[in-house]
Write a protein that binds this ligand. Structure first.
Ligand code: 4NP
Length: 161
């Protein structure tokens, strides 16, 4: 028996309406397909869109891939999330800096990773903010799918070790 099966994973962006709800939907879908018992949620470092549905463009992009994110609602990241989650994935460097600023211990800080580092370790690449770019949503979906597929396959391998 390798790593524990049940993990709590939080996806974080700025508004929790564009990137992180897509990441949440993709992760839930891939975890289910691969038999992983994961609890997955998302949040924003900002409070601008709290209570709102995902951006319509994220909903449409996810739906194109058979993923329904219409029921998600935006919430703000809180320091309690460090206790409630095992891993916290930041979409970009600004999110990463904001989350780690709220951490109090090295253990909390160690839970935070820039999500694209799963594909290119140490690259510190950001998932671009598609909010001001109607054409950016497909690209963001693809970037997130690749990163989350990596995360899921890593867990599948560890499970069978
Ligand atoms: P997200 O995108 O962080 O991927 O949810 C944004 C949503 C809203 C804003 C910026 C980015 N905004 O400035 O309101």
């Amino acid at each position: 028996m390798g790593a524990k099966q049940s993990e709590r994973i939080l996806m974080v962006c700025l508004g929790n309406i564009c990137r992180s709800p897509m990441a949440e939907g993709i992760a839930k879908s891939l975890a289910e397909k691969n038999g992983l018992d994961w609890y997955i949620d998302s949040a924003g470092t900002g409070a601008y869109h709290v209570g709102q549905s995902p951006d319509a463009r994220s909903i449409v992009e996810a739906a194109k891939h058979g993923i329904d994110i219409t029921d998600l609602r935006a919430r703000q990241f809180t320091p309690e999330d460090f206790d409630n989650f095992d891993r916290i994935y930041a979409m970009d460097e600004e999110n990463y800096n904001m989350i780690t600023l709220l951490s109090h211990t090295p253990e909390q800080r160690a839970k935070v990773t820039m999500i694209l580092n799963e594909v290119n370790p140490g690259s510190n690449l950001s998932v671009p903010d598609p909010y001001w770019d109607d054409n950016g949503f497909g690209y963001v979906f693809d970037l997130l799918s690749e990163a989350i597929e990596h995360i899921v396959q890593q867990a599948v391998r560890q499970k069978s070790e």
